[in-house]
Design a protein around this ligand. Structure first.
Ligand code: DX5
Ligand code: ZN
Length: 233
């Protein structure tokens, strides 16, 4: 018999992750910067091609070196065009997770399957203006879905609360399906904004300036983790 699930039935016990973005770190002192975020779950690595976004960071060679030297697993966020062609290379170099943009992929599900086959967690990201409705039916093809909370391209921008309904929609569908997909937010996440993202259903939080701009990045990670956990439900 059909029944309305209680809120207990809808909870997903999948933990909370804080992934500092090295976009806000000192690029020429990457090893010491990584040592400052030992409490992180993943290190978020923003790859930008000056085409998908109007900014340029680094490509596979740099990511390969970070992968080789980082004690923390890599969460690679690809802000690049032609994801179908380039994303698998980042999985092959050993990144723990590889997230490409839905707007930049011809065949997102096929690409996610390739990433998983190589051994990476497969992620798909959406810009603030991109709907997530098309992802609801294929939720379990992905290990994480990244709802951008700023326009991708730059650190230090303001959190966009108007993206929260998309997160709620994804969280509701994930609960309904009993899915273990991680729901990630990226952009403008700090102590004053993390609660609303957690409340809307995010479980994985990228923070650049809020972590690397803090005097004590470990304390900042701990504070973000506590604030997120307090508002997850
Ligand atoms: C923006 C990047 C983010 C950025 C976040 O395009 O994807 O990862 O580093 O930086 P903050 O946390 O400073 O908004
Ligand atoms: Zn990012």
């Amino acid at each position: 018999m059909d029944r309305v699930p209680s809120s207990d039935d809808l909870s997903r016990d999948i933990g909370t992750r804080i992934n500092p973005s090295i976009l806000a770190a000192d690029f020429v002192n990457m090893q010491s910067e990584l040592a400052r975020i030992a409490a992180a779950d993943f290190v978020h690595v923003d790859v930008m091609d000056n085409h998908f976004v109007p900014n340029l960071t680094f490509g596979p060679q740099m990511v390969q070196r970070i992968q080789a030297t980082s004690p923390i697993p890599l969460d690679v966020h690809l802000m690049i065009t032609d994801a179908d062609r380039w994303a698998p290379g980042y999985a092959e170099l050993g990144a723990a997770s590889v997230t490409f943009h839905l707007e930049a992929a011809q065949e997102p599900v096929a690409l996610a399957r390739r990433l998983r086959a190589i051994g990476a967690r497969a992620g798909v990201a959406v810009k603030p203006g991109t709907p997530v409705d098309g992802l609801l039916d294929v939720l379990d093809e992905f290990d994480q879905i990244l709802v951008m909370t700023v326009e991708p391209g730059f650190g230090g921008q303001s959190f966009m609360p108007e993206t929260m309904p998309k997160l709620r929609l994804l969280a509701e569908e994930a609960r309904r399906r009993g899915s273990s997909v991680w729901l990630q937010v990226d952009g403008g996440i700090g102590e004053s904004t993390i609660a609303q993202a957690a409340e809307a259903g995010a479980d994985t939080f990228v923070a650049g300036s809020a972590v690397f701009g803090a005097g004590d990045p470990s304390a900042a990670i701990a504070a973000l983790r506590a604030a997120a956990a307090a508002h997850r439900h």
